[in-house]
Ligand binder design. Structure first.
Ligand SMILES: CSC[C@@H](O)[C@@H](O)C(=O)COP(=O)(O)O
Length: 368
């Protein structure tokens, strides 16, 4: 199979089918799933078959295409598209890309004739969003690269140690990644980089997905238990932190995978720069305060069980705590802007402030 660089694409031969990498099974199994309906797309988003803010947005867009392909009786009415749009938006609450992409496609379709024009318009719009997210991430890499290069120069070529949390790589973002884009750009340029990969409990997006991606790209990395970062920073073993985000307020507060806030606090205490990499599709232009960001809570079984490969090579899910101990699964937390050194976007690096964001995005909306 040709090496994959994207986690979602329209089926090359079958109209009305979208293909995705099943991220629940990585790194031990690489399986491609076919999505045939808007319900399939919603389930893929909810179950984290596809995940990561930009990919969730792209999946929402392809979900709207599938909705158009499967309209009851072939009548692609506004009512049907709106119903599909609302169902897609309800799949997960935190990443703003989901609603942004679904609403964008709804606006595209609303005034078109109720015929097959709508299918081709949804296909074109979903393909455009997908390509645009990839392009935004490429620019994030270009703008983040000088930050890494400067540290490499200060260290006289010794490896730059970058800590990241969760997976904000190409699996989460269509291509390049957000947090990983500057890392890949530095690696391509021949700068020595080493990534501390937080395992990212409960679902281990770091140890399963980021480690897999970095390994495939030949980037030096080490997986660490989630609580290790503070110690490494005290020991001078982290030069910078780069993470992604699921929603950023227009004032620079950042929601990202649970545990990000603790890394930001430790970074602040140790004078380690803490950068957040994001495409403008992840900015919520309506929200001022991070505490207004809806935080997803998920099935506590995600905390109680872990999945992995046993010695016989079988993928298994095992229970860790006592059978009857209750658990809670908060999927995200909010890092206040005051803890963020800078935002790395497709338009450049800016302070995590209302003014900094407005200077890069004067129109106050995401690029399409
Ligand atoms: C560019 S991805 C940024 C975030 O979406 C990522 O860090 C993250 O928290 C993903 O969470 P997930 O629950 O796996 O969808």
């Amino acid at each position: 199979m040709q090496a994959l660089t994207r986690p979602i694409w329209p089926h090359p031969e079958k109209a009305g089918v979208v293909q995705v990498i099943d991220q629940r099974l990585l790194p031990h199994t690489l399986k491609i799933l076919d999505l045939h309906s808007v319900e399939d797309a919603i389930e893929a988003i909810y179950t984290l078959t596809v995940r990561g803010a930009p990919l969730i947005g792209a999946s929402a867009a392809w979900g709207m295409y599938l909705a158009a392909c499967t309209a009851p009786g072939g009548r692609i009415s506004n009512e049907w598209m709106e119903e599909s749009c609302e169902k897609i938006k309800a799949a997960r609450p935190t990443a703003v890309n989901l609603a942004w992409a679904a609403d964008l496609l709804m606006e595209r379709v609303r005034h078109l004739p109720e015929d097959e024009t709508r299918i081709s318009a949804m296909y074109a719009a979903a393909a455009t969003i997908t390509d645009a997210e990839a392009e935004r991430c490429r620019f994030i890499g270009e703008y983040g690269l000088p930050l890494i290069r400067k540290i490499a120069e200060e260290k006289n070529g010794k490896p730059v140690n970058i800590l990241t949390h969760c997976n904000a790589g190409w699996l989460a973002c269509v291509e390049y990644g957000t947090a990983t884009a500057p890392v890949y750009a530095a690696h391509r340029e021949g700068i020595a980089v080493h990534v501390w990969v937080d395992e990212t409990r409960p679902l281990n997006q770091g140890s399963r997905l980021t480690a897999w991606e970095l390994g495939q790209a030949g980037v030096e990395h080490t997986i660490i238990a989630d609580n290790t970062g503070g110690h490494l920073m005290q020991q001078g073993m982290v030069d910078m932190v780069i993470v992604g985000t699921d929603r950023t307020t227009y004032t620079g507060d950042v929601a990202n995978k649970i545990g990000t806030y603790l890394k930001a606090l430790a970074a602040k205490d140790n004078g380690v720069p803490f950068y957040v990499a994001l495409p403008s599709s992840t900015i919520d232009w309506t929200l001022e305060k991070g505490r207004e960001i809806p935080i997803e809570t998920r099935n506590p079984d995600e905390v109680r069980y872990v999945q992995g490969k046993d010695d016989a090579g079988e993928t298994r899910r095992v229970l860790v705590p006592p059978e009857n101990s209750p658990a809670m699964d908060f999927a995200f937390d909010v890092t206040p802007a005051r803890l963020v050194t800078g935002l790395i976007t497709e338009k450049g690096v800016c302070p995590a402030t209302k003014e900094g964001i407005a200077a890069l995005f004067p129109l106050g909306k995401a690029g399409e």
